[in-house]
Every structure is written in structure tokens, then in C-alpha cells.
Design a protein around this ligand. Structure first.
Ligand code: ADP
Length: 522
């Protein structure tokens, strides 16, 4: 258990007064201290210091008005706050804050689905609405709208879009599908973005940009405000749906597969946010490493061959889906099948071709139609003590670049004794290469190796021109510093905004490497 660390610069007496003031706002049952705080610990911490992200208290407001009042008190006492929505964020720090001594602002209680518009295809949600909640809500209403979900469905619809998370239907880029926000600023003022700024408007969730500079992006991966409402576009159920899988047998096929993929994606022949999944990421959903290899270090090639045969999967496995009227799906499938058939040994499957009831294509068939689940998350148990962290460099959709990233990361992970497990998620013009570094969180030595390996990967990727799209709280500073074109001009601008919007430095200090003046460089 982490020890209690007070907000930096605050005396115990002042902190106690601040907590009392917070209790007056939200009620005493919604200000947490003591043992309950264990739920705000990073469940997969990669750091051996248990106090690195220690939380002295958590406050759970029930409304935007309460969030505003909390900001006033936080400014008065200079209490740093770390907002979370559902607070899952697994692999990126969970509900834990970047800086030890930061109070968690837990928005889970604000969990209303405020509107579902069937005609125009959107929902307006509060932060505490999880994918499971919104799915249930749509089912109960008999809605014909689909969600787009990330692999684990327990996270927040709003929180995931703010972190620029991804899913797997054609609406897989979550921030692209976001429309209109309500934000409580660090000074306690509440603001609506885009068309929401116009009193009496009826287009807040329909037109993203409104008038003047577009600001919604400033509240993603940032510490400039607490988002209390968000619009999200939902996809109308298509007249037909056909999920499929293509397996490729050789490591080196990745290059050809990605080059085939690019024109298919850029021309929307591949309609969804499809993925290429590595052998072990797929195998890790239905099996564990110890079933195949009990030695130290990465699994040998002979075990990899056995896994391929046992699971009837390839070194690389492409999961996609067709959506639309059957003649359109038939035509698209002909093109896709024809293109991937150029890769020697490519095998094509629909869910009914897969014998195992637990087969990954059967699971993905549900995920790629937006049904939230947790099953595909079980790869974290690949080794005992299932810790994991996501290393996610971005690449062009080009075979030689994907191959370069793959070999660079694989070799480094093998050197540190880890297996390579990854998803290449195909965006509109790029690949998110999401590598899962799986480690035994009970073993300090393995954690140390994972930490060192991750640090090395960030630096090597940056030296090759690759940056991460998102990261764990432990690596935010390191990665922010890699985005340093023209002497760090972008970070300087972000700090300028931080100082103007949050002069007392109360909101999420250190989030994404952006520190308020009072903590900068300390
Ligand atoms: P999820 O439960 O979907 O994984 P979280 O609630 O853990 O997402 O949010 C992920 C991160 O996004 C948080 O650690 C925080 O930095 C940021 N965040 C979440 N909700 C908000 C919000 N309402 N306003 C501002 N930032 C937020």
C-alpha cells in the first residue's frame, strides 16, 4: 500500500480544511480517504516505487455545478486534481495521477446518457457512462444505432475519446466521431464548444466546428479543463455485416500485407478500423505462455510453429469486416480477397469456418459490430502476474516502415526477455502500432527490465522519426520531450496555454508532460 503523500506545498492543516470544503460541496460520503484509495492505484504499475503516484484523497462530484465549486476550492488551497471518467485506462496508468499527492476527481457518478438521437445518429453522454452502460441503454430503447468500442468495454465513452482511443467499426477513430463538449475550466467557468456556444442552437451534436478557432482538441490528452458532457456520433445499423479474417504465415509477409492494405484503406474498400494482430496477441487470448514454453526469455520458433498449428492462425492475422447491402459487400470482398491472395499462403475465413467456439474471429465478430466485451483482454495473462503497458508508435501505412518498426521493437523486446505481441490498427492514413509489453507485476526484476526496455524503445523510435500516440503516466515527460521540433516550440506553446488557463496549476500537473509553472522542472 502506498503511503499518503500530501499535495506538494500544502500543510496537513490546510489539506484538512480543503477536504472539509470539498465535503460541503459533494457530501461527506463522496470525499474518500484511507483504504478506499487503493482503487485509484495503477493496477499494472511498471514502477517499483509504490509511492510514485500516491493519491491522498478522491472527490466524486455528482454534477457539473459541483465540479465548478470544486475548482474554486482547489484554486483557493492550491490542491492539484486529476480528473478521471471511468478510470480504467489500463496499460496507461489506470486511475492514478501523474504526480504523487494529486487528488483524484472521480467523475464516475456523473453517468447519465442525456440524449440519444436516432434520426441523426448521436448520443450526448456524461463522463461516467461506460461502453457497457451506453450499449445497455441503446438495447433497452430498441435503438438501431451501433457503438464503436475499444477491446475492453468497461471504459468511459467520453474518457476514451479524450485520450484519442480507437475501436474497430468504420467509426473507429473516437475523437473524429466526437461532436460538441461541455467543459469546466480551471477557473471554475463552464463553457460549451462549437455550436454549443450559441444559445438555443439545435446543432451542438451535428456540426463540430461552430465559429472561430476550433478548441475541442485542446481538451484531449490535456490538462486544460474537465469535460462534463460530450457528443458522440453513432453508426446506423447497416443492412448487412460480414466479419472475416485473413492469416499470413511468414514474418516477412508483413511488408507485402501492409503495401496491399494501403490503397484498399485509402480508397475505403476496407471500410472499418481493421487490425493486423501478431501471432502471440491472438494466441494469448485463449492460451498462456507456459502451455508452450517454460524456459526463460522469448518463446523459440519451434513453439511459435506449434501455436500456429494448434490455433490455426498465422504469424500475422488480419481482422476486418464488410458493412452494407449484400451486393456491395460481395463486390468489396472480391477485391479484398483478390488483393490478399497475392501473398503466398494467405488463408481466408469467416466465423463459421472456425471450429473452436472460443476462436478469436468469433469474438472479433462481436467487437467489430460494436458490442462491448472484456474477453479479448485476456492476453494480459500470457505470463503470470499479468502486468502490461502499451508502447504505441505511429507509422505510415507502408510495408517497409511497418517491417522496420516491427524488427526494431521485436529485437529490443527479445533482448530484454519479453515476447513481441502487437496490433497494427489501421487508421485513415497511418498505422497505430500498439505493442503490448506483458510482464509479471509481482517480480521487481522483470518490472525493472520492462521499464528499461520501454525507455529504450521510446528513444530508439524517436531517433527513427516515430512518435507515440498515447502513453502511460510514467513516460509522459520522456515522450513529450521527443516532440521537440524547433527547440520544443510545441511544448512551449502548450505551457503558455497552461499558465494562462490554470495560473495556480491545479489541474492534472504533468499530464502529457505539461507542467504548470509552479512545478515545472522540479
Ligand atoms: P477509461 O475509463 O475510458 O479508460 P479514464 O476515465 O481512465 O478512461 O480517462 C483516461 C484519462 O483521460 C484520465 O487519466 C485523464 O487524464 C483523462 N480524462 C478522463 N476523463 C476526463 C474528463 N472528464 N476531463 C478531462 N480529462 C479527463
Amino acid at each position: 500500500m502506498a503511503k499518503t503523500i500530501l499535495p506538494p506545498g500544502l500543510s496537513a492543516a490546510d489539506f484538512s480544511d480543503a477536504l472539509e470544503a470539498f465535503r460541503k460541496i459533494v457530501g461527506k460520503d463522496h470525499v474518500h480517504t484511507g483504504d478506499v484509495l487503493s482503487s485509484y492505484v495503477d493496477p499494472y504499475s511498471i514502477e517499483n516505487d509504490p509511492d510514485a503516484h500516491s493519491v491522498p484523497a478522491a472527490i466524486a462530484p455528482g454534477s457539473a455545478e459541483q465540479v465548478q465549486a470544486i475548482m474554486q476550492v482547489a484554486n483557493q488551497y492550491k490542491v492539484p486534481l486529476w480528473p478521471i471518467s471511468c478510470g480504467k485506462n489500463h496499460g496507461y496508468g489506470g486511475a492514478a495521477p501523474r504526480m504523487a499527492g494529486t487528488v483524484v476527481l472521480d467523475l464516475n457518478r456523473m453517468n447519465r446518457v442525456l440524449e440519444v438521437n436516432e434520426e441523426s445518429g448521436y448520443a450526448l453522454v456524461e463522463p461516467g457512462v461506460s461502453y457497457f452502460d451506453l450499449y445497455r441503454h441503446l438495447q433497452e430503447k430498441g435503438s438501431k444505432l451501433w457503438l464503436d468500442v475499444p477491446d475492453p468495454g468497461w471504459g468511459s465513452v467520453l474518457g476514451n475519446a479524450l485520450e484519442r482511443g480507437i475501436g474497430y467499426t468504420p467509426y473507429g477513430d473516437h475523437f473524429m466521431m466526437q461532436c460538441g463538449m461541455e467543459v469546466v475550466l480551471p477557473n471554475g467557468e463552464v463553457m460549451r464548444t462549437g455550436m454549443g456556444a450559441l444559445p438555443g442552437n439545435n446543432t451542438w451534436q451535428l456540426f463540430k466546428y461552430g465559429f472561430g478557432p476550433y478548441v475541442d482538441g485542446m481538451f484531449t490528452q490535456s490538462n486544460y479543463g474537465v469535460v462534463t458532457k460530450m457528443g458522440i456520433w453513432l453508426m446506423p445499423e447497416p443492412p448487412g455485416y460480414r466479419p472475416y479474417m485473413v492469416s499470413f504465415q511468414r514474418e516477412e509477409d508483413l511488408e507485402q500485407v501492409v503495401d496491399i492494405l494501403r490503397p484498399l484503406k485509402v480508397n475505403s474498400v476496407i471500410q472499418n478500423a481493421a487490425t493486423i494482430r501478431s501471432l502471440l496477441l491472438v494466441a494469448g487470448i485463449n492460451s498462456t505462455k507456459s502451455q508452450y514454453y517454460s524456459g526463460k526469455g522469448p518463446i523459440p520458433d519451434s513453439a511459435a510453429k506449434k501455436i500456429m498449428a494448434d490455433h490455426d492462425i498465422g504469424m500475422w492475422n488480419f481482422y476486418g469486416a464488410l458493412y452494407g447491402p449484400p451486393p456491395i459487400m460481395d463486390t468489396l470482398w472480391e477485391i479484398i480477397r483478390g488483393a490478399f491472395s497475392q501473398v503466398p499462403g494467405a488463408k481466408f475465413y469467416f466465423p463459421e469456418d472456425r471450429k473452436n467456439a472460443n476462436d478469436v474471429l468469433k469474438h472479433r465478430a462481436l467487437t467489430m459490430k460494436g458490442i462491448p466485451r472484456l474477453t479479448e483482454y485476456s492476453f494480459v495473462n500470457w505470463v503470470g502476474g499479468g502486468g502490461h503497458i502499451g508502447f504505441s508508435p505511429v507509422s505510415p501505412i507502408k510495408g517497409n516502415e511497418a517491417m522496420k518498426q516491427y524488427t526494431m521493437v521485436r529485437d529490443r523486446m527479445h533482448q530484454y526477455g519479453f515476447d513481441y505481441m502487437s496490433v497494427f490498427a489501421i487508421g485513415w492514413r497511418e498505422l497505430h502500432h500498439v505493442i503490448e509489453l506483458i510482464f509479471d507485476r509481482r517480480d521487481p526484476e522483470t518490472k525493472k527490465a520492462a521499464y528499461e526496455c520501454f525507455t529504450m524503445l521510446v528513444n530508439e523510435a524517436a531517433a527513427a522519426g516515430y512518435g507515440e500516440y498515447r502513453t502511460h503516466i510514467a513516460f509522459m515527460d520522456q515522450i513529450a520531450k521527443t516532440y521537440n521540433w524547433n527547440n520544443g516550440a510545441q511544448l512551449k506553446f502548450q505551457e503558455l496555454l497552461k499558465d494562462a488557463l490554470d495560473p495556480n496549476g491545479i489541474l492534472a500537473p504533468g499530464k502529457q508532460g505539461i507542467w504548470p509553472k509552479r512545478f515545472r522542472g522540479k
